[in-house]
Ligand binder design. Structure first.
Ligand code: SAH
Length: 240
């Protein structure tokens, strides 16, 4: 089963964009996932190919028409999860990304202008997701963010060594900090423990740093995971 992504957008030429580069791009070229971008405007019903109209109740901007959106959705709906990018949505998490990556793909709806006519969310099974508490000018970058996060988790896309198990958020914690050569740089050295070759000590240090940094930088993550201290990674218990 190949992960299939379909994006509904007014700017299909923005894709694959960054998804055509590096890890995601290589995986796309290798057929580890497939992608297509459809123009919502192709489903406009009037001769001017209108996709938006003024907001009911007045106010600035334009709103995407639900009849046009529905036609665009119905043309591709096939049981894959459907998600709309909107700042009003549930914040995207690594846990949701993992679930999506384990499935058959996703259909992503990108907003523009002031967003979608709300009735589309009653009429079709669409999950509203946000990529963060700030406002973009369109859903396309959000869709790219979501797909990039999914694609790197697909089987065979990253090496086994970087399967992501120890990464930020996977254990409800931020990841520990990284260092590489040179050992000394501008008078700063790499923490001694990381040069000790003692795998158990290294694992314990990494776990402690992940905990401490999360507490300091993202107390909300600790809160969300019930403040439970995570088990140290299995490496810490290996006597090798
Ligand atoms: N008037 C809206 C913002 C519209 S921004 C509001 O205040 O809620 C235009 C489009 O950009 C949205 O329809 C959505 O598709 C996308 N977008 C903007 N910010 C986003 C975010 N944080 N997460 C996901 N999509 C976002």
């Amino acid at each position: 089963m190949t992960f299939r992504a379909t994006v509904l957008t007014l700017y299909p030429e923005m894709f694959p964009g960054p998804l055509g580069q590096s890890i995601a791009g290589r995986a796309l070229a290798d057929g580890k996932w497939s992608f297509d971008a459809r123009n919502i405007r192709d489903h406009a019903i009037d001769k001017h190919r209108t996709v938006d109209d003024t907001p009911a109740g007045g106010g600035a901007g334009m709103v995407l028409r639900c009849d046009v959106l529905a036609a665009a959705i119905d043309a591709v709906a096939d049981g894959r999860p459907m998600l709309a990018l909107t700042p009003r949505g549930k914040p995207l998490t690594q846990a949701r990304v993992r679930q999506l990556a384990a499935g058959e793909g996703a259909i992503l709806l990108c907003g523009r202008f002031e967003g979608f006519d709300e009735r589309i969310f009653d009429a079709r099974p669409i999950e509203e997701v946000s990529i963060g508490d700030y406002v973009l000018s369109g859903g396309e970058l959000g869709a790219m963010v979501l797909l990039d996060a999914c694609v790197r988790l697909l089987p065979g896309v990253m090496g086994a060594a970087s399967s992501g198990e120890e990464e930020s958020f996977e254990a409800g914690l931020l990841e520990y900090p990284h260092y590489t050569r040179p050992v000394e740089w501008e008078g700063r050295t790499i923490p001694e423990v990381l040069r000790s070759g003692d795998h158990a000590r290294i694992a314990a240090w990494r776990h402690d740093r992940a905990s401490a940094d999360t507490r300091l930088r993202r107390p909300d993550l600790i809160e969300r995971h019930g403040g439970a201290r995570e088990e140290p990674p299995s490496g810490a218990r290996l006597e090798d």
